[in-house]
Structure formats: C-alpha cells, structure tokens
Design a protein around this ligand. Structure first.
Ligand SMILES: Cc1cc2nc3c(=O)[nH]c(=O)nc-3n(C[C@H](O)[C@H](O)[C@H](O)COP(=O)(O)OP(=O)(O)OC[C@H]3O[C@@H](n4cnc5c(N)ncnc54)[C@H](O)[C@@H]3O)c2cc1C
Length: 326
C-alpha cells in the first residue's frame, strides 16, 4: 500500500473541506476501499476517514412520511430502525439482511454499499490490465470468465453493479444529499449511477470531493409494499448473481402503481419501467408475474458463461413479486 496522509475530521465541515483536496478519497467502514488500496488499485495521497462523524451521519428520522437515512447508517441499523418496519420497507430490510454476513452488515454503511466498486475479478486484480481500470485496451471479462457478469445494459465493459441496497432504494424513489466544501446538493438516487456506464465511467457520478451525507425515502402511499429477492451461489459471504426489488401500491386487490429494479445483471442497477407498467391495474397472479419476468429480461444478451442468469433472474423477479403481493 502506498503511504498516505490520514485525516480524522472532527466535523462534517472539516471532512468536506479535506475531501475537496486533489488525490483524496473518503473512507466509511473501509470494507471495499481498503481492499482496493491493498491491491494498489487506488493509491490516494490522502484518505479522509468518515468514522469519527458516525454519530452525526448515522441518524434515521421520519418527518411527514419522508424517512431520512444518514449516509453512515449501517446495514444492521437499517434492518432494526423503527421508521423502516412497515411493509413498504420489507424489501429494503431484506436486501440489507442478505448482504455478506452479519459482521459485514454491522460495519458496512449505506453510502459505502451504494458506492462500492464492481466485483469483476479482472479489474479488481493488480495482475490484470483491464479497460475499466484504465490500465488495458479491452474488457477482459467480455471474452474471459464472465460467469458473474452483465447480461444487459453493457457496451464496452460487462461489469455488474454489486449493491444489494441500490435496487430497493431506487424502487422506493430515493434521493440523496451530498456536501462538497460548502455546497449542498440533493438529487434523485437514479442520477448517482451513470446513464452511459462505459468502461471509462466510474460506478457512480459523484464529483471529486463530494461526500454523501444522507438518503431520503419519500412518503409512500397507503398499502405500499416492497419485495426483494436475489439468487446467489453461497448462503452467506457472497454477492448476488441476480436481484430484483419491486414496489407495488395495492388498492381493492389490484396493483395501482409499480416500480421494478434489477440488480447484479448490468453495470448499473437496471430500472424496468415497462415491465413494472404491466402490473398496473391488474390483480396479482402467477400468469401476470410470468409476463412481467419475461418483460424484465426482454432483450438480455448473455455472455459465454452467464446464460443461467436469465432463467434464474426471471424466477427471482417472480419471487420478489410474490413477496410484495402476498
Ligand atoms: C464477504 C463480503 C460479502 C459481501 N456481500 C455483499 C452483498 O451480498 N451485497 C452487497 O451489496 N455488498 C456486499 N458486500 C460489500 C459490502 O456491502 C460493501 O463493501 C460495504 O457496504 C461498503 O461499505 P463501507 O462503509 O465499508 O464503504 P467503504 O469501503 O468505506 O467505501 C466504499 C466506497 O464508497 C465511498 N464512500 C463511502 N462512504 C461515502 C460517503 N459518505 N460519501 C462519498 N463516498 C463515500 C468510498 O470512497 C469508496 O469508494 C460484501 C462484502 C464482503 C466483505
């Protein structure tokens, strides 16, 4: 690991100022970023550790139905928060509870989970020279071992976005607030992920020095339910191979509004508005869920070793729908 200056801020103002300096990164729990530093894939001059700000940045509050989640709320806190116990948040708690291990959930922060780097084994290894890392001419996974890679949404790089929380938070219509120096901005969570996720683009659209301070979940209509399901190879200590979060609003036995977001199948979380629209105005049924699952994966283009993601991903969509409408 290259030597670096370590900043332990005593206030958000201090952290926000330090983070705007050149060649500086911020660290939350460090589960992802420290791994990448050890591999010498990230070699900053300065690391701003946000952990001293944990008290300030790990509050969860509800006002007029909107829930604000501090950026450093852990995945365990997320599961236990009284503000997130209703059916509208079932899928969010589930997404947190299936992340890694209890140890990971006790440390990992919400912002760190959303901003984690892809798990592509080519770009995460110092041994390979890959296009996404800016160190090679091609995407090595495209022709290499791509069993965990993208089946949709890719152009020159087949990495997948690994965050469990992203599909659930996106389906809930979340927004996020950042601080850079003295500037505070609030944007839709969908804008955190690049619209054109090419190799040269990072996993997220944060500008240098921007610190995420909070996530915001808008007030949900009565009888909103969020379902979440995922497939994985191991029961624990693993990332999803496919994931789906689906938000439905129910009235009189019918679905009156819906959002559906896939995870682990593209370089960014993949919103599927056309598939979600098929649900609107209908009563839940197995036949309907089959149609929605087909629509969610319409046009998917598997690589040499990941065609399994299509049937499994469709089953995961149906499982999320069943959970949301049961
Ligand atoms: C064994 C194992 C299994 C795992 N399984 C899963 C899984 O199934 N699903 C899943 O989603 N994840 C999984 N993870 C990944 C884990 O959830 C993430 O590594 C973790 O959430 C990162 O959070 P962190 O607080 O440690 O972030 P860090 O590692 O500290 O930071 C991650 C990135 O976010 C940036 N960052 C962090 N906080 C902020 C902020 N407030 N503002 C701006 N930038 C910020 C950092 O600069 C860095 O680029 C697993 C990890 C392990 C070790």
């Amino acid at each position: 690991m290259r030597p670096f200056t370590y900043v332990l801020p005593t206030s958000l103002e201090q952290a926000a100022e330090a983070a705007t300096q050149p060649d500086t990164i911020v660290k939350a729990a460090g589960i992802d970023i420290v791994d990448r530093m050890k591999e010498r894939l990230v070699t900053p001059q300065k690391v701003v550790n946000l952990l001293p700000l944990k008290r300030e940045l790990s509050q969860i509050a509800e006002q007029n139905g909107e829930v604000t989640i501090g950026a450093m709320v852990t995945l365990t806190q997320l599961q236990e928060a009284k503000q997130l116990q209703g059916r509208a948040y079932d899928g969010l708690r589930r997404a947190a509870s299936t992340t890694g291990t209890p140890q990971v959930q006790n440390r990992a922060t919400v912002a760190g989970n959303l901003l984690q780097f892809t798990r592509c084994w080519y770009v995460r290894s110092e041994a390979f020279r890959c296009l996404h890392g800016g160190r090679g001419p091609t995407c090595l996974a495209m022709t290499g071992d791509n069993r965990y890679h993208a089946v949709m949404g890719w152009s020159d790089c087949v990495r997948v976005h690994p965050s469990n929380l992203a599909p659930a938070l996106l389906a809930l219509g979340a927004e996020y607030t950042t601080r850079a120096g003295e500037a505070v901005r609030r944007r839709k969570l969908a804008d955190l992920f690049p619209a054109d996720p090419r190799a040269q683009n990072p996993e997220h659209t944060l500008e240098d020095g921007e610190i995420v301070t909070a996530l915001h979940l808008p007030a949900q209509p009565a009888d909103t339910r969020l379902g979440y399901a995922e497939s994985r190879e191991k029961q624990s200590f693993d990332w999803a191979t496919t994931a789906c979060a689906v938000r439905v609003v129910m009235a009189g036995g019918k679905i009156t509004a819906a959002d559906l977001v896939l995870g682990a199948v593209g370089p960014v979380p993949m919103a599927k508005p056309q598939a979600a629209q098929l649900l609107v105005g209908k009563e839940p049924s197995e036949k309907l869920f089959l149609r929605v699952a087909e629509a969610a994966f319409a046009g998917a283009t598997p690589l040499a070793f990941n065609a399994y993601k299509l049937p499994i991903g469709k089953a995961v969509v149906r499982a999320a729908l069943e959970e949301a409408t049961r």
